[in-house]
Design a binder for this molecule. Structure first.
Ligand code: PEP
Ligand code: MN
Length: 457
């Protein structure tokens, strides 16, 4: 599933760090577990389990991200806002893989550039929240923080942080990854049959003709590849999909942080890439302390009101040796803030000569609640931030190397707009997310097409 062409690079291997040194620092967004002994037991059990991924895969991904930073490739990162344990089942996983692959085919075809695919999958089970508590039937209970920590069921007991969920999360991630590897390695039928792509929704869209031609052309390319290289050099069949999640529940991540033979340093072997959330990136706090010691590529979410010097210090702390492919800066300003926030950041990073992959998350700065209090996002707002971000990078002579999207391969109704013009009154039809609203299958394909159009400008 993953190829490795790693090269030796200088390793940041801090001496005053351990997988648990974060425990000496203040921590945000992780409520204490009620039973410390039970937590320790679960932690020790998790620590003994085999890793989900390998250090070779991590290094291979870093190399690919170094190519993205150099402008030779493009990153597509996407998946659920919050994966749920209940969602660990066949159609959901197949559908996500399918939409990510189809999106990447659109990008490859239009941009003639290799695509690095990273799913928010197989471990995206922990969520930061604006409010620690909520009131349900007059009772103050913990807010839902993702299946890795507590249950979405709004009772006092089910919302208590439960250490057994660390083990359950590991198991669900392992099951998900096992299936993904199987699908990616051998015959994922839909991949070979672009005619199965469900495009009818685009019929009303002004780009339909262009879109249809593109799919026909992808289809021809796939058949051609299969004819000239049957069974042996089948690059279509062997697809790479890397995994990622927010490193939020540090008990989960640190229990799976290991040293491996013949390699320096420590690897988080629960996911190929992890990211630092916008709310937990304080330089003197636990999440940054944990992340500074691992060898994986690290995403950093950056939203409005960031402090520029602090941000540069943060990047230096996480990547003191300026390793290529190590840092992915994921900006999520919102369509109205991006012009204010992004240009300075680009200029300073350039000036300091920091090697980063620039990625745009056009989702998290564009969330709003409808009059009926349903959390949603408008396709046009998402598109607007994406377009502005491309334009700003172009102006600054910088390369926007990726997009970070919350999406699903399922037919949900969570974001308004898109070719079908989903409106607010339809949101309740199939609103399934455990946290933020995601692009559905059709909106995701449409977005891929529009990203490619923007990239080519
Ligand atoms: C997320 O990616 O789901 C998230 C919470 O993002 P951010 O940290 O950017 O708000
Ligand atoms: Mn989210």
């Amino acid at each position: 599933m993953f190829s490795d062409k790693s090269v030796a690079t200088e390793v940041a291997n801090p001496k005053d760090w351990s997988p648990t040194s974060w425990k000496d620092f203040p921590i945000k967004q992780l409520p204490p577990y009620p039973d410390e002994e039970e937590l320790q037991k679960a932690y020790e059990e998790l620590r003994k389990n085999p890793p989900l991924i390998t250090s070779w895969e991590v290094e291979a991904l870093k190399n690919k991200l170094a190519n993205v930073a150099a402008g030779r490739s493009f990153l597509l990162q996407g998946g659920d806002c919050a994966e749920s344990f209940a969602g660990c089942k066949s159609p959901k996983i197949v559908n996500l893989l399918k939409v990510l692959l189809q999106m990447s085919f659109i990008l490859i075809h239009e941009m003639e550039t290799p695509i690095v695919r990273i799913g928010r999958i197989a471990g995206q089970y922990a969520k930061p929240r604006s409010n620690d508590f909520e009131i349900v039937d007059g009772e103050k209970i913990h807010n839902y923080r993702g299946d890795l920590i507590n249950s979405i069921n709004p009772t006092r007991e089910d919302r208590m942080p439960d250490p057994q969920r660390l083990l359950k999360g590991y198991e669900k991630a392992a099951l998900t990854l096992n299936f993904l590897r199987g699908l990616a390695d051998e015959g994922f039928a839909d991949l070979h049959h672009p005619e199965y792509w469900e495009l009818d929704f685009m019929r009303e869209n002004k780009y339909y003709k262009e879109y249809e031609e593109m799919v026909n052309s992808i289809q021809k390319a796939v058949s051609f590849m299969e004819t000239i290289t049957p069974n042996q050099f089948n690059t279509v069949q062997k697809v790479n999909l890397y995994t990622s999640h927010e490193a939020l529940n540090l008990h989960y991540d640190s229990a799976q942080t290991r040293q491996v033979p013949r390699r320096e340093g420590w690897y988080n072997l629960s996911a190929h890439m992890v990211w630092l959330g916008n709310r937990t990136r304080n330089i003197d706090e636990a999440h940054v302390e944990y992340l500074r010691g691992i060898r994986n590529p690290i995403g950093i979410k950056i939203g409005p009101n960031y402090d520029i010097d602090e941000t540069l210090n943060l990047i230096n702390k996480l990547n003191p040796v300026h390793e290529q492919g190590k840092i992915v800066l994921i900006t999520r300003f919102g369509k109205d803030e991006v012009e204010k926030g992004l240009p300075d950041l680009i200029q300073r990073i350039k000036h300091e000569g920091m090697p980063v992959v620039w990625s745009c998350d056009p989702m998290h700065g564009n969330t709003f609640a409808t009059d009926d209090d349903i959390k949603t996002r408008n396709f046009d707002d998402i598109l607007s931030e994406m377009r502005k971000t491309f334009a700003i990078h172009r102006d600054q002579g910088s390369y926007l190397g990726g997009v970070h999207l919350e999406l699903t391969g399922d037919n949900v109704t969570e974001c308004v707009g898109g070719a079908k013009g989903l409106h607010e009154g339809e949101l309740h039809h199939n609103y399934e997310t455990y946290c933020d609203p995601r692009l559905n299958y059709e909106q995701s394909l449409e977005m891929a097409f529009l990203v490619a159009k923007e990239w080519k400008k």
